[in-house]
Design a protein around this ligand. Structure first.
Ligand code: HEM
Length: 221
């Protein structure tokens, strides 16, 4: 079901050719670079995480959603600025991606939390490696990719969450496909060597693991 969902959702530019070349390269045991290496490194953990995420369960409601945005805020807000204010290829337009904590903050306010309540929420101690461009691509892959899952959740949960606006789940809105396409193209260019793709894949796995552990601690998964 999960893999099915992931396969049919949002056709994107690298989809068909990339997927079939990915399968062939795995079959042939060839080295895999770039985006395919990131996917290969994280597909299992994504499937497991998506499965256990309480907000993604069929019976999820407002309470699960509130726990989800609180957990996401607590995980992302301590390091989001550090990530996007570091050096990035120009075409990534890093500044335009550096506002998701603000989206979460406004969602928390919409869910009825006051600024004091938000300030008292637990924050994760960020220990992600963001010291090299490749490592940063791995971290950003998880955050930008989460926007694809958000679109699925927005469709499912939107009516249930009325009248709350869902800023995080709406994400980049009409620009979503273009933003993801640009991220993928840039990742392909920047992670074209064995070393760069190995570092990025390791970083993406660490990022997923960090998010998953934090969500367990916060009762969101
Ligand atoms: C916060 C939690 C989540 C994170 C961090 C996350 C991460 C990711 C990442 C990194 C990708 C990109 C995969 C690629 O390379 O194409 C992705 C894609 C996707 N995710 Fe998630 N995801 C999350 C939650 C979810 C949930 C809850 C769902 C389903 C309800 C979901 C469904 C999808 C789908 C449908 C895609 C697109 C697959 C495609 O276009 O091939 N994700 N996600």
């Amino acid at each position: 079901m999960m893999l099915h969902l992931r396969n049919i959702f949002i056709p994107h530019i690298l989809s068909t050719n990339t997927v079939s070349s990915f399968r062939w390269r795995i079959f042939l045991n060839d080295p895999v670079f770039g985006l395919m290496r990131l996917r290969q490194a994280t597909q299992e953990i994504h499937a497991a995480f998506e499965f256990e995420l309480k907000v993604a369960k069929p019976a999820a409601g407002k309470n699960d959603y509130q726990i989800f945005i609180q957990a996401m805020w607590g995980w992302l807000s301590p390091f989001e600025k550090i990530l996007w204010q570091a050096e990035w290829p120009h075409e990534i337009d890093a500044l335009s991606r550096n506002g998701k904590s603000a989206w979460l903050h406004s969602d928390l306010r919409s869910a009825g939390l006051q600024d004091d309540d938000i300030a008292a929420l637990p924050l994760s101690s960020c220990n992600l490696d963001m010291t090299s461009p490749s490592a940063r691509f791995g971290v950003a892959y998880v955050i930008e990719g989460a926007q694809l899952g958000s679109q699925v959740l927005a469709k499912r949960l939107g009516p249930i969450l009325q009248p709350w606006p869902t800023r995080w789940l709406t994400g980049y809105g009409a620009e979503s496909s273009a933003k993801w396409r640009q991220f993928m193209l840039s990742a392909e260019t920047s992670l074209g060597s064995e070393e760069a793709s190995r570092i990025a894949a390791h970083s993406a796995r660490q990022t997923f693991t960090s998010l998953q552990s934090w969500f367990h601690l916060q009762g969101a998964a």
